[in-house]
Design a protein around this ligand. Structure first.
Ligand code: AMP
Length: 214
């Protein structure tokens, strides 16, 4: 299957992408996660991306499209299918993805729009922590790790994302409404768009996704 998860920051795209991988065997491709790995490895791309990410702004689309294009075209991903998390985030990226898929003679099965109010986003992001090794996501109140600052799954150290600060969260929400909400409209005329209320807990949201993908 070829799926896209669209939604504001903190709506749970990363969590749902992992659940979809476990259930359907699709490869999760998270643009934010790929940028964070590049930053950690101190590559040129990482340095460039960091300057935008730390301000809550979008990394320029040309760079992002090239980076995601390489992964989407990989043989392994052609075979497994994918779930895109965080890409496309602009109309330009959505058009580039359409072109890429056309060239590979492939189509999207579902575009899953995860929808919550801005207040829920702010609450969820303040207190979010991720594992540096496996990417598992925790929340200080809603899903605390069993041991402080350590991942339950792989023992990796947990970290708070530098762009989860209140002022950056507000900027990321603004960017979402201005740039990414129009992407949902871009897909609205197609049968593949699935709108999901994502206020419930992750297992309920996951079930709604599976039901909608039948
Ligand atoms: P995320 O982990 O999806 O919340 O992404 C973290 C940050 O990475 C975003 O706030 C952007 O700065 C950058 N980013 C991730 N995906 C994209 C994208 N498709 N286009 C531009 N910037 C992106």
């Amino acid at each position: 299957m070829r799926l896209i998860l669209i939604g504001p920051p903190g709506v749970g795209k990363g969590t749902q992408a992992v659940l979809l991988q476990e259930k359907l065997g699709v490869k999760p491709l998270s643009s934010g996660e790929i940028f964070r790995k590049e930053i950690e490895a101190e590559t040129d791309l990482g340095r460039l991306a960091k300057s935008y990410i730390d301000r809550g702004e979008l990394v320029p689309s040309g760079i992002t499209i090239e980076m995601m294009g390489k992964r989407i075209r990989a043989d392994e991903v052609r075979k497994s299918g994918f779930v895109l998390d965080g890409f496309p985030r602009t109309i330009r990226q959505a058009e580039a993805l359409d072109k890429m898929l056309d060239e590979m003679d492939m189509r999207l099965d579902k575009v899953i729009s995860l929808e919550v109010d801005d207040e829920v986003v702010i609450e969820r992001l303040s207190g979010r922590m991720s594992c540096t090794k496996c990417g598992e996501i925790y929340h200080l109140e809603a899903k605390p790790p069993k041991r402080e600052d350590l991942c339950d799954k792989c023992n990796g150290p947990l970290f708070l994302r530098s762009d989860d600060k209140p002022e950056t969260i507000r900027e990321r929400l603004k960017v979402f409404h201005e740039n990414t909400a129009p992407v949902i409209e871009y897909y609205a005329g197609r049968e593949c768009l699935l709108r999901i209320n994502a206020e419930g807990d992750p297992s309920e949201v996951f079930q709604a996704i599976l039901d909608g993908c039948k």
